[in-house]
Write a protein that binds this ligand. Structure first.
Ligand code: SAM
Length: 646
């Protein structure tokens, strides 16, 4: 049933919810809205200190989430949505913003702070409307608003608190509680929209849709400030609302500019008639000092920098410090130590990792600020524990341990990037400068001369493959393939995921002799795959390839030039009969090479290989008689493409 007639205006449009929250999905679905879910990749790391009021933070986060998805979809999903909805819910008390707790202790801190008091729940919502233009560009219109609801908690006893925390409910919820379930028993009263506390202010959202699709009264329209972005001249041209072709009276037009949006913070409060506790704003371009129609402008002295933009630059500037703090804490065994002995103080950690107290304390504090550790005061001393993030990814025995990959990045990638200026000037890799060895000699060391180097490399590959392997193995229906060959399959991590996902399939891992020689160290102990993974040693450029009906190329082709790739694909094609497949897994660049930055940053190492888009990979494969059957952007670290020999 459609509760609000305005929702029917969205029938037939591609509406996307940029949120993985099942509660938001339920609220919108129950209202009769049909939509796709594309969770945003925007990291919720805006500096809260930069915002004057808590709701500004929620609105900015909602905007960034929605814009990230609106920008990504035309490239990654090959379709342009009509509308992207982003939302962010926060709980605030005593001027503090509470988001999702990092672990049980964090949940305890949050809930005891809320006990017996009234707090506010804000949900910031951003609606991005996308309009495809004739010149292939896209106009983005951004409307945002927020809703505030007051909630009072009863006095909570320790027993009740812990019973609730141990139920597991608090962990993925802002403020550490879910009002719609067990958390409801903690609440004395609610003033305002209940659904806003659950995660989405449906009533306010429907009113906004009404404004968008039915129009504002003309007096309100005149208060809107629009501009269109001229890509050719890099200028903003003010636009008269009454002449705007857009359906939306809120419209400000933002043109895609090299993958970045020229969207600023909203600063214009529009008629606040909807609710006492709510605000609406329309997005304005940051270049506000536009003197007259049609005149080119530049950022003037009076332009206020957008807080989100400023934060992005600062985060980039400090990014290398954060990376190195992560590398150092991993290398010095901080996460392993705190996994084994949680709740140590700085003196104990310093003694265990054999480091100075001053340095250890700084490292621990930095890790807390990065969300890698938590600290809790006891007798005036902070005691440190791994955050849930660290427990999942950073210990050597963590379920998705990236420990070895982090050490590899520190040992092999960091030194290369220290010589980035040289690499850019010369267009060559910097192995000689970074390691006093040519790349070729380093390869010889890694594979043949140094067992330690070889193990380190294989550990790194194994750890990242264990994290990404399942998404690759399950990206497509492979039920028709019986025998796969994973070329450069290293330790067999992806092969095991393939056999787990496909009971009919056996997989041959084909890799260099030096790698196959020590495969035993990496074989899972209790893997129910009936020995369907086997290994063959060989060089895929020199030796015959094993016979198979599916060839896997995971993180192989980006290492090689087009010439080498053609050589390898020709060999594979010669082995294939019609119907045989190639499963390719790489980071696929956007077709206009504007992202993702993980792929583009990797290219800066100036290896002989090349980062490519899905289209570029498919052209290479088509030259050898393969046709693309499906492409999956896995939302994991690797994308995937399934091709079939015709
Ligand atoms: N496919 C694995 C994955 O996605 O985790 C490993 C990728 S790793 C970047 C590249 C792999 O290709 C290594 O295991 C390496 O030993 C293997 N390799 C490199 N050159 C090779 C060659 N000429 N023949 C066979 N394997 C090779």
């Amino acid at each position: 049933m459609v509760l609000n007639p305005v929702i029917s205006k969205l029938a037939g449009k591609l509406v996307v919810l940029a949120s993985a929250s099942p509660r938001r999905q339920d609220i919108l679905r129950n209202a009769g809205l049909r939509f796709e879910v594309v969770p945003s990749w925007f990291k919720e790391t805006l500096d809260k200190g930069l915002f004057k009021a808590p709701h500004e933070y929620a609105v900015e986060t909602a905007k960034q989430k929605a814009l990230e998805v609106a920008r990504r979809m035309p490239f990654k999903h090959r379709k342009t949505p009509d509308m992207v909805i982003g939302a962010d819910t926060i709980v605030t008390i005593d001027g503090l913003i509470l988001e999702k707790p990092t672990d049980k202790d964090d949940a305890y801190r949050m809930l005891s702070r809320l006990s017996g008091k009234e707090h506010s729940v804000f949900t910031g919502v951003a609606i991005v409307l996308c309009h495809e233009k004739e010149d292939d560009g896209i106009d983005y219109q951004l409307i945002d608003f927020y809703e505030e609801t007051k909630v009072k908690f009863a006095n909570l006893s320790e027993d009740l608190l812990w019973e609730y925390i141990n139920s597991g409910e608090p962990m993925d919820k802002a403020g550490g509680y879910g009002i719609q379930a067990l958390g409801g028993m903690l609440v004395e009263y609610v003033h305002g929209d209940f659904l806003n506390v659950v995660g989405f202010p449906l009533n306010h959202f429907c009113k906004q849709l009404g404004l968008i699709y039915n129009g504002l009264p003309s007096s309100d329209r005149n208060s809107a400030n629009l501009g269109s972005y001229n890509q050719d001249t890099n200028t903003v041209i003010p636009q008269d609302l009454s002449s705007s072709p857009s359906a939306s009276p809120f419209a400000s037009k933002v043109k895609r500019n090299g993958g970045q949006m020229d969207v600023s913070e909203s600063s214009n409060q529009v008629t606040n008639s909807l609710s006492k506790h709510s605000g609406d704003s329309q997005e304005r371009l940051s270049l506000q000092n536009i003197a007259s129609r049609g005149r080119s402008v530049s950022v003037g002295e009076n332009t206020v920098p957008n807080k989100g933009d400023l934060q992005r630059i600062i985060t980039l500037m400090d990014g290398f410090k954060a990376s190195k703090a992560l590398f150092t804490a991993s290398k010095m065994g901080v996460f392993d130590l705190l996994q084994k002995s949680p709740g140590l103080d700085a003196v104990q950690v310093a003694a265990e990792i054999k480091a100075s107290l001053k340095g250890t304390r700084s490292l621990l504090e930095a890790c807390v600020s990065l969300g890698l550790l938590t600290s809790e005061k006891s007798h005036q001393k902070p005691l440190y524990k791994n955050s849930t993030l660290a427990a999942q990814f950073l210990g050597s025995d963590s379920p998705f341990s990236l420990h070895s990959y982090i050490l590899h990045t520190d040992n092999m990638v960091w030194p290369l990037f220290s010589h980035l200026e040289n690499a850019v000037r010369e267009g060559t890799n910097q192995h000689e400068q970074a390691f006093s060895k040519e790349a070729q000699d380093l390869f010889q060391d890694t594979y043949y001369d140094s067992q330690a180097l070889k193990l380190r490399f294989m550990n790194a590959m194994h750890s990242i493959a264990k994290v990404t392997g399942k998404a690759v193995a399950t990206a497509f229906d492979l039920s028709t393939y019986k025998l796969a060959c994973d070329l450069g399959g290293c330790t067999g991590a992806i092969a095991h995921e393939l056999t787990k996902a496909n009971p009919q399939m056996s997989v041959i891992v084909f890799d260099l002799p030096a790698v196959v020689e020590i495969r035993e160290r990496f074989q899972p102990q209790h893997m129910d795959t009936d020995n369907r993974v086997s290994f063959i040693a060989g060089d895929f450029f020199k030796d015959d390839l094993p016979e198979a009906d599916l060839y896997i190329l995971a993180r192989i082709l980006h290492d090689w030039s087009d010439e080498k790739v053609h050589f390898l694909l020709k060999k594979i094609a010669e082995r294939c009969t019609p119907g045989c497949g190639v499963l390719l897994s790489e980071i696929f660049l956007n077709e206009d090479r504007t992202g993702p930055s993980r792929g583009l940053l990797q290219a800066l190492s100036m290896s002989p290989g090349r980062q490519r888009s899905a289209q570029e990979y498919s052209s290479l494969l088509e030259r050898h008689g393969f046709t693309v059957k499906d492409i999956k952007y896995t939302d994991n670290l690797l994308d995937a493409m399934l091709c079939v020999k015709v």
